[in-house]
Design a protein. Structure first.
Length: 219
């Protein structure tokens, strides 16, 4: 059984879902420390000026907190801004209407915890892509440790004999630890596809949110 683990990003990029497509089980790593200026509360879309961030404001609290503890700051109307940005930049995309009702509904709902919004989006996009996967949250497991030890514990608890890592794992993973636990490690080989985007004069921009692909290409 192949297992992969990833933090719950906001509207993740294509490579995030490519890795999920190659695994049997996807574990959402939601009980590790939240890192600012990453992709947990923001991602990129394409506009007539190039790419821009869609960023969810979060409440600032003293001390370290896990991802599943991060609260959204709803003092500003960020939901309306995000929906209007999608509508303005993608309304002419060939498949925008196919998904627009879903995203409009998402931005009409009330969200307090960032993890709830992100997991809801990720699970629904997995369905949109036609991927049938077992999905778990790490916070629901009886795992301990950090870094490689945590990944090994997750694999052992769920009975996985293969861990699928992102390509960056080559630089920091202790593969000997996995070998001693009879867990094979394979690394994602992701080649970014080139597809027709909006605003072609700006050229093709890779590594945007998956919604850029959904709105522009037949899945």
């Amino acid at each position: 059984m192949i297992l992969t683990v990833h933090q719950p990003e906001y509207l993740p990029y294509i490579g995030f879902f490519d890795r999920i497509s190659k695994a049997d089980v996807f574990v959402i790593l939601d009980n590790v420390q939240y890192q600012k200026k990453g992709f947990i509360n923001r991602n990129k879309i394409k506009t007539s000026d190039g790419w821009q961030w869609l960023t969810i404001p979060v409440k600032q609290r003293e001390g370290l907190k896990d991802i599943n503890e991060v609260e959204i700051s709803n003092q500003t109307d960020w939901k309306s801004r995000h929906w209007k940005a999608l509508l303005y930049n993608y309304n002419k995309a060939p498949y925008f209407k196919k998904y627009s009702d879903f995203f409009e509904e998402v931005y009409k709902r009330n969200w307090d915890l960032l993890v709830d919004l992100n997991v809801y989006l990720i699970k629904n996009i997995i369905d949109m892509l036609g991927l049938k996967k077992e999905i778990k949250k790490s916070s629901s497991l009886n795992t301990k440790g950090r870094a490689d030890d945590l990944l090994i514990d997750i694999c052992k608890e769920l009975g996985a004999d293969t861990y699928l890592s992102g390509p960056g794992g080559r630089g920091y993973m202790d593969l000997e630890k996995f070998k001693k636990q009879n867990i094979s490690v394979v690394f994602q080989e992701f080649n970014h596809s080139v597809y027709v985007q909006q605003f072609p004069k700006k050229g093709f921009i890779p590594n945007l949110s998956i919604i850029d692909l959904l709105f522009n290409s037949k899945i």
